[in-house]
Design a protein around this ligand. Structure first.
Ligand SMILES: Cc1cc2nc3c(=O)[nH]c(=O)nc-3n(C[C@H](O)[C@H](O)[C@H](O)COP(=O)(O)OP(=O)(O)OC[C@H]3O[C@@H](n4cnc5c(N)ncnc54)[C@H](O)[C@@H]3O)c2cc1C
Ligand SMILES: C[S@@+](CC[C@H](N)C(=O)[O-])C[C@H]1O[C@@H](n2cnc3c(N)ncnc32)[C@H](O)[C@@H]1O
Length: 702
């Protein structure tokens, strides 16, 4: 780094220790309000890295500082961050199955990450896993990452793997997975001061790598260092190139024992620290505090739709053996059995939990599809999704979203002519284009996710009862035992609440019907998915999927002419030219093929993902919240050890289910989650029990 490391600056308004009001705001349903208060960081050009290239090296125009030492960035990364945290020694001593968690402030060019990954490959056991969480406010464009890491040919394979998944990152949380899950990168695009308080985990080592404290003081504020300590295990280490007094004092105040050691290149000294002392802690709502992760990596997953197969895949990638049970003879036989599903996320301009989840989920699914054993064109097509501004409200919402300046790789506004050109069919209005989205064949995704030597399919078996055993749970069909393991994950959509242990979950079923409209030479022109009140996909195997209806209180899966008629009417409004091209007026709804199935959703339209409690014991443990919802109770949550649920993906399972596997794996492995703590809590199964308690209602909502 370029000197100078200036002496400490004046403390800003964010400095100081964590105030208790933060914790109080997280109590019960009040949490939902605080989520809405969070502001989205726009990815307006103001939020992109501005890189100047000087003497072949990247320099930040915004900060007037270099990303790494000019003499040799790679040697500096190895000396300061890998050496400063003694990673070679610590990783050589790991056992197969161990996990190591690194946190980084300032992802920058990814050089530190690539160097860590390279060392991990060289010295860590094959069956160990590295979880790397990095926060970056101003992500670099892919071209600058590529050019930077291209300076070191030995990093070529790490650069290529990173760029394969990079794109232009939108603000929010991004989960990237490499080497079949051996290395997981959770990249939080946002300000470190907002991001770290929303991270959960027990970190082993830290790379503190903001620009020089004189030029980038917010990266070194005492609050940030307190968060670093809060997230650290006892004995965790940190390293940084700077010896600025304020940084040293901040780390010491946070609980690190700090020492100076030999710096790299022209810098005489650097700092390394070890968390030895008491650290600042913050009261944590015990009803959401994660249970102790499982030690024995064996699970039964009930339900082989998108949620169950994603769960099984995320666990198998972490060395788990999974029995995947389904009541049908094939996987993906219910809601996940449609021929085409759209990657359609209605983003909100406000940072609600749902919007954060679908934003991260959409990007995770788009990133994952090319890595699965799928046949492009047949199993999925990232042909883009056009979300049409079909009325004034929708157009206003689009304008608000577009004003946030998301990167064009996530979405961009198109006027009517541009949208028509992209779709290759005349459209009545413009809208938002999601260029990396498209359609997928959900059964193919489920099959690809379930294809792992550690996943055993147990088909044509209906799970009816759970029974506790000495070492976990036994799943039975009421007569015979089907499977047993220390962990059971119920991913049985609407049937997830059919077990005595889960019947407090407020699930509801929403019937939906798709119409399969025969393609014509004219309709085959359609190039993108069209979404509005309904949706239509480009032709697959000679037909367009047109959908979909929503029927509450109807659990039949028989096709009806009335719902075909409804789908056709929506198509006529969405894209009259496409409707005409398929001969819409001449189609007989009574004769159309289609498919009907049941979606499962929760009253708040968020999925339900996480550990399950004993509902009666929960009501007793947290009963006092009914009197005062702001109480900071200490009683630990009465978990049903080893029992988890993953359901209620509603009408966007393709967007939320793949990431839900990573969310569950985070609980089961005790690793950093792919989403902010607030979103994990918003999707937590206990949220309903808590709300009923606080609103003094019965804990049995149904
Ligand atoms: C008409 C329609 C159109 C849709 N369109 C889209 C779309 O365009 N984009 C999108 O993202 N989403 C769409 N969805 C929603 C999406 O299909 C769902 O969100 C997703 O499939 C849910 O996956 P799941 O695994 O939770 O449920 P399911 O796929 O229903 O899987 C549950 C599995 O559990 C099994 N099971 C249940 N009970 C038991 C038991 N007791 N024992 C053993 N096995 C059991 C079932 O057999 C089933 O295989 C649509 C849904 C419908 C109905
Ligand atoms: C020295 S560079 C990091 C170099 C990086 N570790 C690498 O391997 O290339 C510092 C990084 O911190 C980021 N940054 C600066 N202020 C930030 C903030 N408030 N929150 C998060 N990141 C910030 C910068 O955009 C920059 O990418």
């Amino acid at each position: 780094m370029i000197p100078p490391d200036a002496p400490g600056r004046e403390r800003g308004p964010r400095s100081g220790t964590l105030e208790p009001s933060l914790a109080q705001r997280s109590v019960g349903s009040v949490r939902v309000r605080s989520l809405v208060e969070d502001s989205i960081v726009s990815s307006h050009p103001d939020n992109l890295a501005l890189i100047d290239w000087q003497a072949g090296q990247p320099v930040s125009r915004r900060f007037g500082d270099v990303y790494f030492a000019r003499d040799s960035g790679i040697e500096e990364a190895r000396h300061v961050f890998l050496g400063g945290n003694a990673l070679r020694r610590r990783w050589t001593a790991l056992e197969p199955g161990d996990r190591f968690v690194i946190g980084e402030t300032g992802f920058g060019t990814g050089l530190n990450f690539a160097c860590a990954w390279q060392l991990w490959d060289a010295v860590a056991p094959r069956a160990a896993r590295l979880s790397f969480v990095s926060v970056e406010r101003f992500p670099l464009p892919a071209a600058d990452i590529g050019r930077t890491l291209g300076l070191w040919p030995e990093l070529a394979r790490y650069r290529d793997a990173l760029l394969d998944q990079w794109g232009e990152l939108a603000p929010g949380w991004h989960r990237l997975s490499f080497g079949g899950g051996r290395v997981i990168l959770t990249l939080v695009v946002g300000d470190v001061r907002d991001a770290l308080p929303r991270v959960d985990g027990a970190f082993d080592a830290w790379f503190l790598d903001g620009f020089s404290p004189a030029r980038n003081p917010e990266m070194w504020e005492s609050d940030v260092l307190v968060e670093v300590a809060r997230l650290s295990r006892r004995g965790a280490t940190c390293a940084t190139y700077t010896v600025a007094g304020e940084v040293r004092r901040g780390l010491e105040a946070a609980g690190f024992a700090v020492s100076k050691t030999t710096g790299f290149g022209r810098k005489r000294e650097m700092l390394r620290g070890e968390l030895t002392g008491p650290r600042a802690t913050r009261w944590r709502a015990p009803w959401f505090a994660p249970p102790v992760p499982a030690a024995d990596r064996r699970a039964v997953v009930v339900g082989a739709g998108l949620a169950g197969t994603a769960t099984a895949a995320s666990l198998a990638a972490r060395g788990w053996s999974v029995d995947l049970v389904d009541r049908h003879a094939t996987i993906a036989a219910e809601a996940s059995g449609n021929p085409q599903g759209m990657l359609y996320a209605r983003l909100s301009p406000h940072a609600t939990a749902l919007s954060e989840l679908v934003g991260s989920g959409l990007q995770y699914t788009c990133r994952s599809l090319p890595t699965l054993a799928l046949e492009p064109g047949n199993d999925f097509e990232q042909c883009g999704v056009l979300q049409l501004a079909y009325d004034d409200d929708e157009a206003r919402g689009h304008a608000q979203l577009a004003a946030l300046g998301w990167p064009g790789t996530l979405l961009s506004p198109l006027d009517r002519a541009e949208a028509s050109a992209r779709a290759a069919i005349e459209l009545p209005v413009g809208g938002l284009m999601f260029p990396r989205a498209g359609w997928v064949h959900p059964p193919a995704v489920c099959r690809a996710l379930a294809k792992h030597s550690a996943i055993r399919l147990v088909l044509s078996r209906e799970a009816v009862q759970l029974r506790r055993a000495a070492d976990g749970w036994v799943v039975s069909d009421g007569t015979e035992d089907i499977a047993a393991a220390p962990v059971v994950v119920i991913a049985a959509a609407g049937a997830s609440a059919a077990f005595a242990e889960t019947n407090h979950l407020p699930l509801r079923l929403i019937r939906g019907q798709l119409s399969f409209v025969p393609a014509t030479p004219a309709s085959r022109a359609l190039r993108t998915v069209l979404c509005g009140e309904g949706y239509a996909a480009p032709a697959q195997h000679g037909q367009h999927s047109v959908g979909a209806t929503h029927r509450f209180r109807d659990t039949s899966t028989a096709l009806t002419a009335a719902e075909h008629r409804e789908n056709l009417a929506k198509l006529a409004r969405l894209a009259p030219a496409l409707y005409a091209a398929v001969g819409g007026d001449r189609l007989d709804p009574a004769q159309l093929p289609g498919r009907a199935a049941l979606r499962c959703s929760a009253p708040d339209y968020l999925p339900i993902i996480g550990p399950v409690v004993d509902a009666a014991a929960f009501a007793i443990a947290y009963g006092p919240l009914a009197r005062d919802a702001t109480l900071e109770l200490e009683a630990s949550s009465p978990w049903l050890d080893g029992l988890y649920v993953n359901t209620a993906h509603g009408s966007r399972g393709l967007v939320t289910a793949p990431l839900s596997g990573e969310m569950l794996a985070a609980y089961l492995e005790g690793e950093p989650a792919p989403l902010p703590r607030t979103v994990m809590e918003a999707a937590h199964p206990s949220r309903f029990l808590l709300r009923y308690l606080i609103r003094r209602r019965s804990p049995r909502p149904r």
